[in-house]
Design a protein around this ligand. Structure first.
Ligand SMILES: [Zn+2]
Ligand SMILES: [Zn+2]
Length: 273
């Protein structure tokens, strides 16, 4: 049990909530619908710096252009953000589930911006997960690597003036990456996933999940070719933020020899890549 301070009007209450769930401690259930029932009264101290507790609120079928998924909506009473998981196959109580953590990017995911590679990353990940017997994509509402949409556009404006993505964030008073993977860890624990194979080029995501008690049995590279607009952004991610992406002048990682799979992205939006 953990004490959490809650404010009701001018009165301060100490509220006792249970410790965050661990996938290994949760009783395996038969269906996602049963998780909705299980979580009805769930409240816990949460994971990570922001101590966000999430609970599974609703589940529905979600056929997509990339394959068949079920969409699992998470509710939380801490920051009002509505995170979702796209689940393919039976993942409850499973190990080594191929998993992608995708951070929301309105400009890329929905508007097709070429300033980043988010939309391709999302589409390629979903197509790949749909080909697996089981897979999960967590769609995390942490726009602009956690700084929010408005600040992301401010950073773009600074980049138009010549700063790279890291320096632009620093100039706005943010760290290079403000994302918190405590929510992702809680979501995976809520889904009773015992361990994941993480689809990512970002070593920090692996470290963060492990730190929050989620087993990561391997890292699966997720490399998308650069386009003329996002090449500098991707190079900055590789050179300054430690992402495993190969460019000239950076030591070649063995996995860069893996063929890049982009055929599932609708049409070739980037023209003859
Ligand atoms: Zn919780
Ligand atoms: Zn993006």
């Amino acid at each position: 049990m953990t004490a959490r301070i809650a404010l009701h009007g001018s009165t301060v209450h100490k509220v006792f909530v249970s410790d965050p769930p661990s996938a290994n401690a949760l009783t395996p259930l038969g269906s996602l619908e049963e998780l909705v029932e299980r979580d009805r009264d769930h409240d816990c101290a949460g994971f990570g710096v922001h101590q966000v507790c999430v609970k599974i609120d609703a589940v529905a079928d979600l056929p997509t252009r990339f394959g068949r998924f079920r969409i699992v909506a998470f509710w939380n009473n801490r920051d009002g953000k509505e995170h979702v998981a796209l689940v393919h196959g039976d993942v409850l109580g499973q190990s080594d589930v191929l998993t992608r953590l995708h951070s929301e990017c309105l400009t890329g995911d929905a508007l097709g911006s070429l300033r980043c590679d988010c939309r391709d990353q999302l589409g390629v990940a979903l197509a790949r997960l749909a080909r697996e017997p089981r897979g999960i994509l967590l769609y995390l509402r942490q726009e602009g690597r956690g700084i929010g949409l408005l600040n992301k556009i401010r950073a773009y404006s600074l980049q138009d003036g010549g700063l790279d993505t890291v320096d632009a964030n620093l100039a706005l008073g943010f760290r290079d990456d403000e994302r918190d993977y405590g929510v992702a860890a809680h979501m995976l624990a809520s889904l009773t996933v015992r361990s994941v194979r993480l689809l990512t080029n970002n070593p920090k995501k692996v470290e963060e999940l492990v730190r929050h008690g989620i087993g990561v049995t391997s890292r699966v590279p997720h490399v998308i070719p650069a386009n003329e607009y996002n090449r500098f952004y991707l190079e900055t991610k590789a050179h300054r933020s430690g992402h495993f992406i190969d460019f000239e002048g950076k030591p070649h990682t063995p996995e860069q020899d893996d063929p890049v799979v982009v055929e599932a992205v609708e049409g070739d939006l980037l023209g003859g890549r």
